[in-house]
Design a protein around this ligand. Sequence first.
Ligand code: SF4
Ligand code: F3S
Ligand code: FES
Length: 237
Amino acid sequence: MKITLKIYRYNTEDGKPPHYDTFVVPDAEENDLVLDLLECVRGYQDGTLSFRRSCAHGICGSDAMRINGRNYLACKVLVKDLGTDQITIEPILGLPVLKDLIVDMNPFYEHYRSVLPFFMCPDDPVADGKERIQTPEERERYDDTTKCILCACCTTSCPSFWADGRYVGPAAIVNAHRFIFDNRDCGAEDRLNILNEQMGVWRCRTAFNCTEACPRDINITKAIADVKKAITTGKIE
Ligand code: SF4
Ligand code: F3S
Ligand code: FES
């Protein structure tokens, strides 16, 4: 089948304004990934087309992009999933475009780092060379948020983040949740204080775009609600 791709192009070095280029892939198949089509264009039609990818299996999180107006990983969308032979591909929104479909991820990672996304338990007496015991139920409490691959599909589909890029964003909250609800960790209070600030969880207006965009099917809006509840009740349950 013939697929027409309309792809956002921008090169900070050539002085041209952002624009779209159209490419036709003449022999696509319905089980081709959108990533396959991009590789086809880059390989056979325009070697200057720039996009990130690595694993091609939904694991590395590097190929988030806007496909027909919605955030996806290009390696997780089949042509037949889109139900059309006209595909528009644009960079994810809310982060500066560096070239074509490549955005500057640094603001995203700064938000991620700001919530202390690492294990904190400096004074734990059981850390004295021993294993920290955790029941399956305790592990289950934060299992969903361990699945994040930091692709940014969620944060860059959030209207609150588009309105103000200082909002810490759903991905950072998901990664804070992963540690706040881990009963072996001791940093919950610090993280909750950070997320209770002006650019923290209260910027979330429960739009659900993040949950719909997540390629790992994490229930992000629920995780954000868990964090809001922990802040208001002072209890981590
Ligand atoms: Fe991507 Fe989901 Fe993690 Fe957001 S929560 S960065 S959408 S994997
Ligand atoms: Fe944004 Fe998700 Fe909240 S889209 S407003 S973080 S529910
Ligand atoms: Fe790794 Fe798509 S290329 S997630």
